[in-house]
Write a new protein. Structure first.
Length: 154
């Protein structure tokens, strides 16, 4: 009986050892999600100020024509995100100021709290075309209108 017991025990052990990998279970599994957030990096550089000095009344005003000046100022935008540029006209009392990017076919935009220009990420350099119209009866004389800009990401 001892030999039979040993044979059964040996067969049972062999069966347990060979069947163990087939019946094995996954003990653990791990997964990781990595999210990298890159903050928007933007730079607005005013190389030449966007300003217009003129005397009022200007030539051709008697025919109802606005004062239009092309290629005013120079600025650079560098952004790793889509951007929005807003503008405000300083010292423009008595006038309506309009602007568009130089050499663009865009419509004139009034420079006020609602005006903005947008662009995709990248590096840009441009100047402005300005159009000035009297609003009411401005005082005659010389004046300088300055445009100030704010750059934000969309």
């Amino acid at each position: 009986m001892g030999a039979l017991f040993r044979s059964v025990l040996l067969a049972g052990l062999l069966l347990a050892v060979t069947a163990a990998p087939a019946a094995g279970r996954e003990l653990s599994r791990a997964a990781a999600t990595v999210r990298i957030v890159i903050p928007a990096a933007q730079q607005l550089t005013i190389v030449e100020p966007v300003e217009l000095s003129s005397a009022y009344p200007w030539d051709k005003l008697d025919r109802g024509l606005p004062l239009v000046v092309s290629d005013v100022g120079l600025m650079e935008i560098q952004s790793n995100a889509d951007w929005i540029l807003t503008a405000e006209a300083l010292q423009s009392e008595g006038f309506r100021v309009y602007a568009r990017i130089h050499n663009s076919k865009a419509d004139w935009q009034p420079v006020n709290a609602l005006s903005f220009w947008t662009g995709p990420m990248g590096s840009y350099e441009f100047s402005w075309d300005l159009k000035i119209e009297p609003a009411g009866n401005p005082e005659p004389g010389g004046r300088t209108i300055h445009l100030v800009f704010t750059l934000s990401h969309i």
